[in-house]
Design a binder for this molecule. Structure first.
Ligand code: C2O
Ligand code: CU
Length: 508
């Protein structure tokens, strides 16, 4: 079977599809919120910043008093944050000291295909036989190579990111074929923030009042390790195991920036929350509630691909795996000592809590929320579209048993599913059987309709991931510009992605 290397404990015990943690967890609002370190370039040459990241195992204390092995970028979970200016290229050199091959993808990046992290373009650990070079297989864990000519493997890999794109919160994560979900689960995720002059010109909260918040769920086994179901497809098809794993893996501990239900002490002022749901499969609906039961507005100023044209006010905000929301929350009216909890309306028991803010002090606030934010949002029209395509995201048979398919096809790297021309505008009609967050590489898109109706308030702006609810359809429109080459679109429920729900998009 496809046993995972590296000694992750396999735990079949779970309730309702959610893995249950077997070690003590802290009370909410006791662990301080960490903010991931910003990575300094190792060097700058001809206006290109060069970063170096080593992927390695570390033992960390995520739950107080519990030791947990993680797979990390540079030793931390989340990995270090990279900050780039629009138009200033970055190269990132990844070295793999993990026990398995990896792939790095910059989610939301407008990246040339060679650096986009195609699922078979591996970064090999030292000593690992190169599957593309025909050295055979290493246990059962070597990825399938349907297209060995197209796959490239290296011991280190230099990814080149032009960063020619709007200011936005991007994230980088593992993307190896069939093994993305367990790799992200073990810690291979980090933030990449793009800044630009448009954003700088606005008086948004900044410095310590701008907080990136990477939200994930995890479960911990008795020995403190991260619990994850066995990847053995035979096991997957066994009654009682199949359903929860097929639906995606859920944990019962909510981590924000890698800390369980953390608390952040701060000023009574506006804050800018850069929200990312980096969970494998869990959806949240976030609301901010004071301890005396008042809901604070979440004023959305940006989506996956950057600023909106104008703010949108929410009382609660659904966020699917891989989605980002840029949100302003105002604590000005709150007296010192008060607490605001960020809660998940979709959770039950302890997965209802996410994190909290404790208002420590009154403070001056020169920030504001401008009525007009960005005026560079693309407005593609249906009449411009050279193609309208239909994609049904649903359960189906794959070469490995039950899984997830698009149309009736499971992912196959040797097949081109969509071929389009550079610069083409297309309308895609998506429909889902169960909840699927659908992500396109390379491009941002606008939501034209949802369920035959106008888009919802949280569909505003430029997206790269759209959350389809069970039975729901949506239309999106985009222009395939930027680069030629082979890209992907897929469900960002990471287990669905690994179980076939991905397709090739070739831009010619
Ligand atoms: Cu977040 Cu194909 O990726
Ligand atoms: Cu899915």
């Amino acid at each position: 079977g496809l046993a995972l290397g590296g000694g992750m404990a396999h735990h079949p015990a779970r309730t309702g599809g959610e893995l249950r943690t077997a070690v003590p967890v802290p009370e909410p609002s006791t662990v301080p919120l960490p903010v991931p370190p910003v990575l300094a370039p190792a060097g700058t040459h001809d206006g290109v910043d060069r970063y170096e990241i080593t992927q390695r195992r570390v033992t960390a204390e995520i739950l107080p008093g519990v030791r947990t092995e993680l797979w990390t970028y540079n030793g931390t979970f989340p990995g270090p944050t990279i900050e780039s200016r629009r138009g200033r290229p970055a190269t990132v050199v990844h070295r793999n000291e993990l026990p398995v091959p990896t792939v790095v993808h910059l989610h939301g990046g407008r990246t040339p295909a060679a650096s986009d992290g195609y699922p078979t373009d591996l970064v090999l650990p030292a000593g690992w036989p190169d599957p593309a070079a025909g050295h055979g297989h290493h246990g059962g864990d070597a990825p399938k190579m349907h297209d060995e000519r197209a796959a490239t493997s290296r011991l280190t890999r230099t990814y080149t990111f032009p960063m020619d794109q709007r200011a936005a919160l991007l994230w980088y994560h593992d993307h190896r074929m069939d093994f993305t979900a367990p790799a992200i689960w073990r810690g291979l995720a980090g933030l990449h923030i793009v800044r630009d002059d448009v954003e700088d010109a606005l008086d948004l909260p900044r410095g310590p009042r701008e907080l990136p918040l990477m939200i994930t769920d995890r479960a911990f086994a008795e020995d403190g390790s991260l619990a994850y179901p066995a990847l053995d497809p035979n096991l997957r098809d066994r009654p009682g195991v199949r359903a929860p794993f097929l639906a995606g893996v859920l944990g019962d501990v909510i981590l924000v920036n890698g800390a369980p239900w953390p608390v952040h002490e701060t000023d009574a002022a506006r804050h800018r929350l850069r929200l990312l749901n980096a969970s494998n499969a869990r959806h949240y609906e976030l609301e901010a509630v004071t301890d005396d039961g008042r809901r604070l507005d979440l004023v959305q100023i940006g989506a996956d691909q950057g600023l909106l044209a104008a703010p949108v006010t929410h009382t609660s905000l659904p966020i699917a795996p891989a989605e980002r929301y840029d949100v302003i929350i105002d604590f000005a009216a709150l007296p010192p000592g008060s607490r605001v909890r960020l809660r998940n309306r979709l959770g039950t028991g302890r997965t209802r809590e996410v994190m909290a803010f404790r208002i420590a002090r009154a403070a001056r606030d020169n920030s504001r929320i401008p009525a007009a934010l960005a005026d560079d949002l693309p407005t593609w029209r249906r009449a411009e579209a050279s193609a309208v395509r239909d994609f049904a995201f649903r359960a189906g048979r794959t070469p490995h048993g039950r899984g997830w398919v698009i149309g009736d096809r499971a992912f196959d790297p040797s097949r081109t599913d969509v071929r389009t021309r550079l610069g083409a505008v297309e309308v895609w009609r998506l429909v889902a059987d169960v909840h699927h967050p659908i992500h396109l590489h390379l491009v941002g898109f606008r939501v034209l309709s949802r369920g035959g109706r106008p888009p919802l308030p949280h569909d505003a702006g430029l997206k790269d991931t759209i959350s389809l609810r069970p039975g729901e359809s949506a239309e999106i429109i985009t222009r395939f510009d930027g680069y030629r080459g082979r890209y992907l679109f897929h469900c960002h429920n990471a287990e669905h992605e690994d179980m076939g729900m991905m397709a090739n998009l070739e831009i010619i």
